[in-house]
Design a binder for this molecule. Structure first.
Ligand code: G6P
Length: 449
């Protein structure tokens, strides 16, 4: 049966695991986009989510015709997928939108880049074709993120009757950064996006970057994704999280906590966060032995060498801070590399200070989740580069993400803030964070289409 509401995203709501005896079982997918969209679609039982088969187990599920209701996985040639996902989406488009290039060396747009771009086109065509097959007459389609920037234009050609939305969960590159692309590629990218009837972003700032390149008449709108407060609090109070919290408390004792939770992602600025913590312990030695930095940095995009190197650099810097300041009964930094949502929620509950210092970030839901869940109220130390800055700046302590000294001073001010002020700010942060929960974020876009 054709669908009235369709979503397209590289990552799906679930992934399969193939057991030794050949049986397939479904697990929940990971990442910010997936948690937001999954929550939004809980209210849309008839919606269809089209995604990529990411692993061999996913591809096996497609071949066997195993399917969860509401999900269609596309079995894309692994070599094409590798070029499109690793070669273009994550090393070109992600780097442009987050301003991550080490300019003396990158980017290099050569013949190999052109081949990869062809795979990116093929990958976008596969999505456009699948959407065209599955959509009912006049259906609404919401295409997600930089992986699928060409799909709106391609789909428009196949099915002019559809209402097409595109939503970007990342920042959008400044015109100067977008101008690094070869002119014809930049044109294709913008034309692809402008195939949509509605182009959505998390913040005014990213929408402005887009119109600065695409033109003021672009059909842009801002939908700042928030969190579902009730849902998150109930998740954070499950017995499993209580157990993790008890374990963390046993480890941390009465020390103050600075908490961060990220994918080990270049744009998250984890290294400067650690440098700031080191500077705090140097310039404010009164905190030695009285604070602990809980840094959860779980692995991401490990196919890419730069991510593997970065992961190693984070571990080494954390170890060097521990070696420099640690004592037999105090370890300054506790790093966790497990993607363990229950443990993250336990850390949120315990947080005195939340450190969110990305160089550039579409929204950053962690900045919204911690104030909602923290028990005693926490101080949010927030980068001006996070999308969440637009809504949370009034009650956070804000910083320039490159300024390690300013970050260290913000950590000091946060640790020193009186309880009453901290509680008041947390209440307002939590209200702002829950202003547009996923279901409302999604239906607002459908209504606007
Ligand atoms: C960001 C992107 C998402 C992506 C997520 C995890 O939040 O906006 O589209 O799913 O990172 O990255 P991954 O490459 O593991 O899907």
């Amino acid at each position: 049966m054709a669908s009235q509401v369709l979503v397209a995203a590289n990552r799906g709501p679930l992934s399969y695991v193939l057991a030794a005896d050949g049986t397939l079982s479904a697990r929940r997918g990971g990442g910010g986009l997936v948690s937001g969209l999954s929550a939004a679609l809980a209210d849309q039982p008839d919606a269809l989510w089209i995604c990529t088969a990411l692993s061999d187990a996913d591809r096996e599920a497609v071949r066997r015709g195993v399917a969860e209701p509401g999900v269609r996985m596309l079995d894309i040639d692994p070599a094409v997928y590798d070029d499109a996902y690793n070669g273009i989406a994550n090393t070109v488009l992600w780097f442009l939108h987050h301003h991550l290039y080490d300019i003396p060396r990158e980017p290099v747009f050569d013949a190999r880049f052109r081949q990869r771009w062809q795979s990116y086109v093929t990958y976008n065509e596969a999505f456009a074709r699948a959407l065209a097959e599955e959509a009912a007459e006049g259906a609404k389609v919401l295409i997600q993120d930089y992986h699928l920037a060409l799909a709106p234009g391609l789909l428009r050609e196949l099915r002019p009757d559809l209402r097409i939305g595109h939503f970007t969960h990342t920042p959008w590159a400044s015109p100067a950064y977008l101008g690094l692309l070869p002119a014809d590629i930049r044109e294709q990218l913008l034309r692809g996006m402008l195939g949509a009837d509605l182009v959505g972003f998390h913040t005014e700032a990213w929408a402005r970057e887009f119109t600065a390149s695409a033109g003021a008449e672009a059909p842009v709108a801002v939908f700042p994704l928030g969190v579902d407060g009730d849902e998150l609090r109930s998740l954070a109070n499950r017995p499993e999280v209580n157990d993790k919290l008890a374990a963390l408390r046993a480890e941390v004792g009465s020390l103050k906590t600075i908490v961060r939770v990220d994918r080990t992602e270049l744009s998250k600025n984890i290294l400067r966060g650690l440098l700031a913590y080191r500077e705090l312990l140097t310039t404010h030695p009164e905190w030695r032995g009285r604070v602990v930095h809980l840094a959860s940095a779980y692995p991401s995009r490990q196919d890419l060498t730069v991510y593997r190197t970065y992961t190693q650099d984070v571990a080494e810097l954390a170890a060097s801070v521990n070696a420099e300041f640690g004592t037999p009964d105090w370890q300054p930094v506790l790093v966790s590399v497990q993607d363990d949502f229950a443990r993250s929620l336990a850390a949120y509950r315990l947080a005195d200070v939340a450190l969110v210092n990305p160089v550039r970030d579409g929204m950053n839901l962690v900045a919204k989740e911690i104030p909602v869940v923290s028990e005693a109220g926490c101080v949010l130390v927030l980068s001006t580069g996070a999308g969440a800055y637009e809504e949370l700046r009034g009650d956070a302590l804000t910083l320039n993400p490159y300024d390690v000294t300013e970050t260290a001073e913000a950590l000091h001010a946060a640790l020193s803030m009186p309880e009453a002020e901290r509680a008041e700010r947390t209440k307002r942060l939590s209200a702002a964070a829950t202003a547009l929960p996923p279901a409302a974020w999604f239906t607002a876009q459908l209504a606007r289409l």
